[in-house]
Each structure stands twice: as structure tokens, then as C-alpha cells.
Design a protein around this ligand. Structure first.
Ligand code: NI
Length: 141
């Protein structure tokens, strides 16, 4: 008997119906700025990432993006329509939702551990051409 064709990942492969330890997942991460998916909910993905230093200005035209700080202190610089900037500062246990289309730039003076929530397929560097800071998408850990 041939194996039945898998048309979609099993719930286990999508991280469902199981306990997921975010600290254990983060401990598996190699290096900074390399988000890895730990679970999906409908079309949304939960990604863990370690960051340090400064990222690039970017925006996501099609979606909001959620940052939840698990450890460390995160600053997110935001650019408004008039070109002015302001910052959000997040400590462990705090979160922010960046609206679609708003230019933003994460910054971590020291290492920050994050949980990101965004739709499947979102590029880490947002719209436009992929650059040196763009990484592969939909990689699980
Ligand atoms: Ni972003």
C-alpha cells in the first residue's frame, strides 16, 4: 500500500497540540537576526529570534507585525509620514504591534530575545529588494 499523500503539514509539524518551550527553542538558535518558526495559527507564524545591534529601516505594506520581548531591552524606531522619528522601548514581558506600512528599525544595545507574530511569508526586511540583511523565510526550529 502506498503511503497516503500528505496535503498539509500534520498538526505536530505546525507546532499544534503540543507544549512548546520558547526558551528551549531560543537556545537552539544559531546567531542573531535569524528568525525561526516554532508554530502556526491559521496563516500566522510564531517566530523566535535573537537580535543584537541595529537592523535596517523597512516596512511591511501588507501586514502588521507583533514584537513580544522575552528577554532584554528592545528599542523600535518608527518613522511617521512626515519623516519624523520616535521610539518605542520594550522590556521583557512587553510587546508592541507595528502597523502595516509604518517604517521601523529594531535596535538592541545588548542581546534581546523576541517572539514575533506575523503572517506566513513575510520577509524580515519588508518590502522592496532583498538585501544583505534578508534571510530565508519559513525555516522551523
Ligand atoms: Ni519588520
Amino acid at each position: 500500500m502506498p503511503a497516503p499523500i500528505q496535503t498539509s503539514p500534520t498538526p505536530t509539524h505546525r507546532g499544534q497540540s503540543q507544549s512548546i518551550d520558547l526558551r528551549d527553542k531560543i537556545a537552539l538558535l544559531q546567531g542573531h537576526w535569524q528568525p525561526r518558526v516554532v508554530a502556526e495559527m491559521n496563516d500566522y507564524q510564531f517566530k523566535v529570534v535573537k537580535i543584537a545591534g541595529e537592523f535596517v529601516w523597512h516596512q511591511h505594506s501588507d501586514t502588521d507585525e507583533t514584537f513580544i520581548v522575552l528577554d532584554g531591552e528592545l528599542r523600535i524606531d518608527l518613522r511617521d509620514a512626515s519623516g519624523g522619528t520616535r521610539s518605542i522601548n520594550l522590556q521583557a514581558g512587553q510587546m508592541a504591534v507595528i502597523p502595516q506600512g509604518v517604517e521601523h528599525k529594531p535596535f538592541a544595545q545588548e542581546e534581546v530575545q523576541l517572539l514575533l507574530i506575523e503572517p506566513r511569508g513575510v520577509a524580515n526586511t519588508g518590502d522592496g529588494e532583498a538585501g544583505a540583511r534578508t534571510v530565508a523565510n519559513d525555516l522551523w526550529i
